[in-house]
Design a protein. Sequence first.
Length: 329
Amino acid sequence: MKRMLSGIKPTGQLTLGNYIGALRNFVKYQDEYEMYVFIANLHCITEYQEPLELSKNLTDAVALYLACGLDPDISTIFLQTDVLAHAELGYIMACNTYLGELNRMTQFKDKTLKNEKNLTAGLYTYPCLMAADILLYNANYVPVGEDQKQHVELTRDVATRFNNKYGETFVVPEPLIAKVGARIMSLSDPNKKMSKSEETNKGCIYLLDDLNVARKKIMGAVTDSVGIIQLDKQNQPGLYNLIEIASSLTERKMEDIINEFVGQGYGKLKAYVADVVCSELEKIQNKYHEIIESHMLEKIMQDGAAKANEIANKTLNDVKQKIGLEIKY
């Protein structure tokens, strides 16, 4: 069975965009692949996080992974810092990554162009740690959104370079991008990705949002003045985004949704999308509360860490031997 790995960086509460672009796909994939899913808590601290809030977000992320349908009996779920090999291989990968490659990484480059202050070295070397995250588990596939594809491409380059230098060591992974829902946009600015780091919460739906709040956000979503329900991503990005959200959650074709609402006002379409979203959120939230109250998280994370450590340490030891870091007595 082919192996797949991915993770989510819970710097804030998980969003509808995280669910559609990642979590739902993890659930689908776990029956087809040997699935490894981790909470990327080291990646969280490239920028300051309030400690108590970060700790809660990590707990909620695990509970929401499970509430969304990940099965710990068939998927390995673990915390990044419970596997020390991530940090160690991350440094080794940084020593095999060129400055020019990191300078081209969009995330850091965008922040630099905006003249953001106090950017950390951790943010700069983020892609090296992400490469280690993936390569430790010899993952064949990595499901990512469009914005993370560049990091997987760098991982492929670094893995290939290492293999050429030291002999066959790493599986060179393939990025896997969903055709629909890979990049859900903000409800308040459909030209930006839905993000938990938005200055206002109007454009972002959180998985733990009150259902009335979620509905209000959708009904207030930015659309356009065209007034025609059709698929025109370039000229009607807000409308396209709403249709894509509904299509992703119902698995209906976008064209079928268009046909149902053609000739009707945006209000009716928004109400439909709100019904779909709130129905999904209600199921997730009910399951989430069951999981939190059951006190099952500690055992699941301990079991996941044990399994992940076994594979990761084997890979790391192989790497250290090949590059000469081990003393042979």
